[in-house]
Design a protein around this ligand. Structure first.
Ligand SMILES: Nc1nc2c(ncn2[C@@H]2O[C@H](COP(=O)(O)OP(=O)(O)OP(=O)(O)O)[C@@H](O)[C@H]2O)c(=O)[nH]1
Ligand SMILES: [Zn+2]
Length: 199
């Protein structure tokens, strides 16, 4: 996906200007009446810049796959993958779990790669709906399984710590492709395995 070497520091990545981001963060805080010179806050603009550089860092993702030698043809599900992203409207985090499953075709995928795909696509400003669809589509395109199912369940800080302050409210989104969508039994099995079934 990305041509950037995996061992390159987040802040050394092409397109990341930490100094400019630090200056901008200081100006931003000052515009909000925050005294950035007082002890304790003097390095905060730099920390803000580094923190967002980290949250926006997608890193590479390589899907290691293996031949499906046993012709395994039931659902494979990685359940409860923790993830964090940033909502593109407020740049506040949304945090939750992803359930990512697929119905193997010719190949199976290294299980950790299901979590890595979520991590990769969660980097940068996102909306939960897009993130859900992108995870499903990437797996469909690269793995060519017979079906893919993705459920995301997250709390949006923009909705819980400010604004409407609906603390604890969670948002659930799903994307089902191929037989995971068209075959009622597979679909029901996937949703039951994720714990979001009987819907
Ligand atoms: N659909 C969707 N909406 C999101 C997501 N993350 C945040 N939002 C919403 O984006 C909307 C932005 O609405 P605006 O009215 O432009 O912003 P606002 O005045 O700050 O709205 P409030 O949050 O209601 O105070 C809000 O309703 C957020 O809850 C997401 O992942 N998906
Ligand atoms: Zn938001």
């Amino acid at each position: 996906m990305s041509a950037v070497p995996a061992d390159l520091l987040v802040t050394d990545r092409p397109g990341v200007d930490l100094e400019a981001a630090t200056t901008a963060a200081a100006a931003f805080l000052q515009a909000l009446g925050v005294d950035t010179d007082r002890p304790g806050l003097d390095r905060t603009p730099e920390r803000m810049a580094r923190a967002y550089a980290e949250l926006f860092d997608a890193g590479p993702v390589e899907l290691t796959t293996f031949p499906n030698e046993e012709a395994y043809d039931e659902v494979v599900l990685a359940r409860g993958i923790p993830f964090r992203s940033v909502c593109e409207h407020h740049l506040l985090p949304f945090v939750g779990v992803a359930h990512v499953g697929y119905l193997p075709g010719e190949r199976i995928v290294g299980l950790s790669k299901l979590a890595r795909v979520v991590e990769h696509l969660a980097a940068g400003p996102q909306v939960q709906e897009r993130l859900t669809s992108q995870v499903a589509r990437l797996l469909q395109d690269r793995l060519r399984p017979r079906g893919v199912g993705v459920v995301l369940d997250a709390e949006h800080l923009c909705m819980s710590v400010r604004g409407v302050r609906a603390t604890g409210a969670r948002t659930r989104t799903s994307a089902l492709l191929g037989r995971m969508r068209s075959d009622a039994r597979t679909r029901a099995e996937f949703l039951a395995l994720t714990g979001t079934g009987a819907a």
